[in-house]
Design a protein around this ligand. Structure first.
Ligand SMILES: NC(=O)c1ccc[n+]([C@@H]2O[C@H](COP(=O)([O-])OP(=O)(O)OC[C@H]3O[C@@H](n4cnc5c(N)ncnc54)[C@H](OP(=O)(O)O)[C@@H]3O)[C@@H](O)[C@H]2O)c1
Length: 435
């Protein structure tokens, strides 16, 4: 029996859009036999016609004007895969206004303008799907929105930027400097020509904002995100962490406190080697979700790339097709719950790792310990282990692992410590997450 025919308008035929086109060509019959829906793409908006023809898209399906897609009578679902924020926003809003069901993989767009998009989608009764926006091929959005719907989420811990994870893995395993590991990631095509969004932490932060919004029910504003990248990380910290029994990962943390304030932060963090997230290496992504009933569940896989990402887009397209078929009108994100206020970063609480460069003289450890104690911060471990190559004559590095303290309190203590005449460089401080 022939399935119901649902038609897709695709904007953008680059890495992910091209993958969607090819994978739908390959698996169209399989999808139809599983879903009862026949999917075709009668309209594709591109910037470069020549590149598009290489995919075998018929010339009469191509346009360079995206409004031909959003306004077409022959399109039920609009898939936005052009990337960027401004044009993508206009395109998605126009599609919603035309009553088209929308699929997008655009994390920057959702992080920056998701509140407006879902508000309009709610008003117009148009679903918006966005599985590919977080962790590429890993179905984490569906897991949070559907599989874990019966849970209060108590925490989300994600390694959600493959480029950073690749760089950190190579610094750890091969002893490469940050610059050399970044160059290798670029040469292998893992890093963008401009790697800023990856290494500054912002790509992961955009995804963390989306996860936080779904988990806690109000769209998190981009201004409230705390973001630190891996660009300032030194090889010596990777070595010290390893010797102390930790791996350094760019970790996105989302959790709520008892007053309903949420923290959404992305930063290089020390993770105990015995936690499964510590062994997520290379370009892979993983997200651990803690639910009050489910306990910890882990989602692991390819966080980017043509096929994994277009697999998620295709799953969204099938859900979108069901929505078209059944006239389902949920917007894709429903504001709910009493959460909303994002906790100031100074109020967040973690354990910390400190690397302090000092002149090698008596009383140094005692002086630093006293300053920390004066702020009520306890020391869990100290070490002056030095990778040989890091030591310079007359200077030493001391390492402290601290008990949990408020970040604002730690910063106040560090200000005093940095004023000591034997402290010769800004103190390096990284969070230690016990997960
Ligand atoms: N790549 C991944 O692994 C991945 C993973 C998860 C999510 N995503 C998201 O998926 C989206 C697409 O990423 P991508 O990697 O596929 O990017 P991409 O390879 O740069 O593809 C984007 C395509 O859109 C075209 N385009 C740009 N503006 C257009 C416009 N106004 N009208 C028509 N076409 C336009 C570009 O044309 P030109 O080639 O002529 O510039 C390009 O072919 C982004 O939002 C990205 O964040 C990507």
């Amino acid at each position: 029996m022939a399935g119901k025919h649902i038609k897709i308008g695709l904007a953008g035929l680059g890495t992910v859009g091209g993958g969607l086109w090819s994978n739908l060509e390959r698996n169209r019959d399989l999808i139809e036999s599983r879903s009862g829906i026949r999917l075709t793409i009668p309209m594709v908006a591109v910037r470069d016609m020549a590149k598009a023809k290489a995919f075998g898209v018929p010339a009469d399906s191509l346009t360079t004007n995206w409004q031909d897609v959003t306004r077409s009578e022959d399109v039920d679902i609009v898939v936005e895969l052009i990337g960027g924020v401004d044009t993508a926003y206009d395109l998605v809003m126009d599609a919603i206004d035309q009553g088209k069901v929308v699929v997008t993989g655009n994390k920057a767009l959702l992080a920056e303008r998701g509140a407006e998009i879902f508000k309009r989608a709610g008003e117009k009764g148009v679903p918006v799907f966005y599985e590919a926006a977080v962790a590429g091929g890993i179905p984490i959005i569906k897991a949070l929105r559907e599989s874990l719907i019966g849970n209060h989420v108590t925490g989300i811990y994600g390694i959600i930027n493959g480029t950073s994870n690749y760089i950190l893995t190579r610094m750890t395993d091969a002893g490469l400097s940050f610059a050399d590991a970044l160059k290798e990631a670029s040469d292998l095509g893992y890093a963008e020509a401009d790697p800023y969004l990856d290494i500054s932490g912002w790509d992961a932060a955009h995804k963390a904002a989306i996860l936080a919004s779904i988990a806690y029910g109000s769209w998190v504003s981009i201004e409230d995100l705390h973001v630190e990248g891996i660009d300032g990380l030194s090889l010596s910290d990777v070595h010290y962490a390893e010797r102390l029994g930790y791996a350094i990962k760019l970790l996105s943390v989302v959790k709520a406190d008892d007053e309903g304030r949420i923290e959404v932060r992305t930063q290089p963090s020390l993770i105990p080697n015995e936690h499964i997230l510590a062994s997520v290496s290379g370009v892979f992504n993983a997200v651990a979700v803690h639910g009050d009933s489910s306990g910890e569940s882990l989602y692991y896989g390819s966080g980017a790339g043509q096929d994994p990402t277009s697999s998620s887009v295709l799953a969204d397209v099938v859900d979108a097709a069901y929505a078209v078929d059944t006239h389902q009108r949920g917007p894709g994100f429903v504001p709910h719950g009493h959460y909303g206020e994002v906790k100031p970063i100074e109020d967040t609480v973690s354990e910390y790792y400190l690397r302090i460069t000092v002149t090698d003289q008596p009383g140094v450890i005692a002086g630093i310990s006293t300053a920390l104690a004066a702020h009520g911060i306890g020391i869990r471990a100290t070490s002056s282990l030095k990778p040989g190559e890091m030591k310079e004559a007359g200077f030493d590095e001391v390492i402290f692992v601290l008990h949990a303290s408020r970040y604002g309190t730690l910063l106040a203590a560090l200000k005093e410590i940095e004023a000591f005449d034997y402290v010769t460089a800004p103190v390096v401080h990284l969070r230690v997450e016990q997960l």
